[in-house]
Design a binder for this molecule. Structure first.
Ligand code: HEC
Ligand code: HEC
Ligand code: HEC
Ligand code: HEC
Ligand code: HEC
Length: 304
C-alpha cells in the first residue's frame, strides 16, 4: 500500500502544475507555530517543551526587559528569520511564539521552508539547505557560546549534542499525507536541558591548590550570552589537627569566571596540613531555581 502511494507521489512530483494545486497558501504567510502542528505534530510537541518556545513568554525575560520596553533585547527572543551567523531582526507578528518554527525554517528570499533534507512536500515548497547542520546556524543568537566553541576546536556540532538524533521517524503525522512519505532522520526539537557528568570536570589537589578543568563540554561551563547560569564549588577541607573549613566559589559567565574547555583553573585552600577535601560541584541553569549535582569526590593528600 505504502509503496504504491510512493509510486503515485513520485509521478505527481514530476508534474509541477499538480504540485501547485496542493500548496496551502497560508503556510507561506508566516503562520503561528501551532499551524505547523497540523502536520508536524511530533516536532511541535517537542518544540513546545523547549526554551525556544518560551523565549518571549519567560517571566524573567519580561522583567529584565522592563515589560518588553528595551528594544535592543527583543530580536533574538522573537526573531523574524534565522540566517547562519547573522543576528536576527525583530519579528512583527506572533512574538509570543518566541524562537518559532517559521523563524528558523521559512526564508523570504525563496518563499519556502529550508531544512536539512531533500523532501517532496506538496503543502509548502521546501529547499535542502546544509547550513542547518552547521554550528554557525546557532551563532547569530548564541554569539558568546559559538565563539567559545570555535576556540575549543572540536568536530562535534551544537546540533550533535543539543538536537540529539531520534533515528528515522515520520516528519508528519497527518492523514493521509504521511502515507506518501518514508520515515526520515529526525532530531529532537526539545533542545533537552543537558547536564555535564562527573567525568566532564576533572578535579585535582596539588598542595593547597584545588585544580578544576572542564574536559568534556566544548564551550565554557557554564555558558551564556545573557542569562546568569552558575557553577558552584563547595570544598570541605579537613586538616590533620582535626580542624574543618569550607570554601565556596561561584563560576559564572556574568563574572567572567566560567571554566573554558581544557583550561585548568586553581582555587587556593586555607593554609594548614590538609588531610582530605570533600569536593561537590553543582550547577544552576539560567531559568531554574534548583541546583543539580554534577560531581562529588573526596581527595586525599598522598603523604601520610
Ligand atoms: C533566533 C535566535 C536563536 C537561534 C538561531 C538559536 N537559539 Fe537557542 N536560544 C535562543 C534564546 C533567546 C534562548 C533562551 C530562551 C529562554 O530561556 O528565554 C535559547 C535557548 C537555548 C538553549 C537552552 C539554554 C538554557 O539556558 O537552558 C539551548 C541548549 C539552545 N538554545 C541551543 C541552541 C542551538 C543548538 C541552536 C542551533 C541549532 C540554537 N539554540 C539556535 C535563541 C536562539
Ligand atoms: C498540510 C501539511 C503540512 C503543514 C501544515 C506543514 N508542513 Fe512542513 N512538510 C510537509 C510535508 C508533507 C513535508 C515532507 C515530509 C517528508 O518528506 O517526509 C514537510 C517537510 C517540512 C520540512 C523539511 C524540509 C527539509 O528540506 O528538510 C520543514 C523544515 C517543514 N516542513 C517546516 C514546516 C513549517 C515551519 C510549517 C509551519 C509553518 C510546516 N512545515 C507546515 C507538510 C506540512
Ligand atoms: C532554533 C531553530 C529551530 C526551531 C525553532 C525549529 N527548528 Fe526544525 N530544525 C532546526 C535545525 C537546526 C534542524 C536540523 C537538525 C539536524 O539535522 O541536525 C531542524 C530540522 C527540522 C526538520 C527535519 C527533520 C529533523 O528532525 O531533523 C523538520 C521537518 C523541522 N525541523 C520542522 C520544524 C517545525 C515544524 C518546527 C516548529 C514546531 C521547528 N522545526 C522548529 C532548527 C529549528
Ligand atoms: C559535546 C557536546 C556539546 C557540544 C558540541 C555543545 N554543547 Fe552546549 N552543552 C553541553 C552540555 C553537556 C551542557 C550542560 C552543561 C551543564 O551541566 O550546565 C551544555 C550547555 C549549553 C547551554 C546552557 C544551557 C543548557 O541547556 O545547559 C547552551 C546555551 C549551549 N550549551 C549551547 C551550545 C551551542 C550554541 C553550541 C555550539 C556552538 C554547543 N552548545 C555545543 C554539551 C555540548
Ligand atoms: C544576540 C541575541 C540576544 C540578545 C540581543 C539578547 N538575548 Fe537574551 N538570550 C539569548 C540567548 C541565546 C539566550 C540563551 C541562554 C544564554 O546563552 O544566555 C538568552 C537568555 C536570556 C535569559 C535567560 C533565560 C530566561 O528566559 O530567563 C534572559 C533573562 C535574557 N536572555 C534576557 C535578555 C535581556 C535583558 C536582553 C537585553 C539586554 C537580551 N536577553 C538580549 C540571546 C539574546
Amino acid at each position: 500500500m505504502k509503496l504504491l502511494l510512493l509510486f503515485i507521489s513520485a509521478l505527481i512530483s514530476g508534474c509541477e502544475r499538480l504540485e501547485e494545486v496542493f500548496v496551502e497558501e497560508d503556510l507561506l504567510q508566516r503562520p503561528q507555530a501551532k499551524r505547523c502542528a497540523d502536520c508536524h505534530a511530533d516536532i511541535f510537541r517537542e518544540w513546545e517543551k523547549s526554551r525556544h518556545a518560551l523565549a518571549w513568554k519567560s517571566e524573567q525575560f519580561r522583567a529584565e526587559t522592563e515589560n518588553y520596553a528595551k528594544l535592543k533585547c527583543l530580536s533574538c527572543h522573537a526573531p523574524h528569520q534565522v540566517d547562519e551567523g547573522k543576528k536576527p531582526v525583530l519579528r512583527v507578528e506572533f512574538r509570543e511564539d518566541g524562537v518559532s518554527c517559521v523563524a528558523c525554517h521559512f526564508k523570504e528570499e525563496t518563499k519556502s521552508m529550508h531544512g536539512p533534507l531533500k523532501v517532496w512536500s506538496p503543502p509548502h515548497p521546501s529547499k535542502q539547505d546544509l547550513s542547518y547542520i552547521r554550528s554557525s546556524f546557532c551563532a547569530g543568537c548564541h554569539q558568546e557560546t559559538y565563539k567559545e566553541w570555535k576556540l575549543a576546536k572540536v568536530q562535534k556540532t551544537c546540533q550533535a549534542c543539543h538536537m540529539p538524533s531520534l533515528g528515522k521517524k515520520d516528519l508528519i503525522q497527518k492523514f493521509p499525507f504521511y502515507l506518501f512519505h518514508l520515515a526520515k532522520p529526525r532530531h529532537s526539537h526539545e533542545f533537552p536541558a543537558l547536564k555535564a557528568g562527573p567525568e566532564d570536570v576533572e578535579v585535582r589537589l596539588e598542595g593547597r591548590k584545588l585544580i578544576l578543568k572542564n574536559v568534556g563540554v566544548p564551550h565554557n561551563l557554564p555558558t551564556a550570552d545573557q542569562g546568569d547560569p552558575r557553577l558552584y564549588l563547595i570544598a570541605e577541607v579537613t586538616y590533620s589537627d582535626g580542624r574543618k573549613r569550607t570554601v565556596r566559589k561561584i563560576f559564572s559567565p556574568q563574572t567572567k569566571t566560567a571554566l573554558p574547555y581544557m583550561k585548568p583553573k586553581a582555587v587556593l585552600l586555607p593554609r594548614g596540613d590538609i588531610k582530605e577535601v570533600r569536593v561537590r560541584i553543582l550547577r544552576k541553569l539560567a531559568w531554574k531555581k534548583e541546583k543539580d549535582l554534577i560531581k562529588e569526590v573526596t581527595l586525599r593528600t598522598l603523604s601520610p
